[in-house]
Design a protein around this ligand. Structure first.
Ligand SMILES: CC(C)(COP(=O)(O)OP(=O)(O)OC[C@H]1O[C@@H](n2cnc3c(N)ncnc32)[C@H](O)[C@@H]1OP(=O)(O)O)[C@@H](O)C(=O)NCCC(=O)NCCS
Length: 149
């Protein structure tokens, strides 16, 4: 059976994380943004299957709120429950670090991620208009949140 590990992201993981980033997003973060998040010690997790980096999450704390900035699973590993495992780990780590709620944005055009968040008990609390860049312009985002305690 495949061995799953979830651990904090380290510098050596960045190359693979950036490769996945370019694969999964139409408008990906630059490598520099990932580098900056690491250098600024944003909390972040990676998920490995048999020591292959299959997904990652980057988040940020404001007082007692955790904000999920990025969650992605390599397409080769999608649809196997790993995104859900990573999300639950983000919730667990955030709670252990004293956060009381988790916030995130999701694009209108991303029903897969939206389904995941709604099925994990997140509630839609608003809309940010023209929040995300697209190749052709801008796109609205749903704002979702969940209490952790
Ligand atoms: C969103 C993402 C992280 C989900 O990861 P994943 O490992 O594929 O998801 P899981 O296998 O854990 O599935 C969790 C839930 O997501 C939803 N989901 C997954 N694949 C789906 C699909 N093809 N169609 C619709 N919903 C889907 C379902 O609700 C699923 O739960 P279920 O299996 O009980 O039906 C992954 O698709 C991804 O990396 N997408 C590109 C990056 C991205 O959009 N990130 C989110 C930014 S907000």
């Amino acid at each position: 059976m495949a061995e799953q590990t979830i651990r904090p992201l380290e510098a050596d993981d960045l190359e693979r994380v950036c490769t996945i980033e370019q694969t999964v997003y139409e408008v990906p973060w630059s490598d520099q943004v990932h580098q900056d998040c690491l250098e600024r010690h944003y909390p972040s997790l990676i998920l490995e299957i048999d020591e292959v980096l299959a997904g990652y999450a980057v988040f940020q704390y404001f007082v007692d709120e955790s904000h999920l900035l990025n969650l992605a699973v390599d397409p080769c590993f999608q649809g196997q429950g790993l995104g859900r495992d990573l999300l639950r780990s983000v919730e667990r780590v955030s709670l252990e670090d004293g956060m009381r709620s988790l916030f995130l944005e999701v694009r209108f055009s991303n029903p897969v991620a939206r389904n995941l968040y709604l099925s994990e008990g997140f509630a839609e609390i608003g809309i940010r208009r023209n929040y995300y860049p697209t190749r052709r312009g801008r796109e609205h985002a749903y704002v979702l949140s969940k209490r952790l305690d």
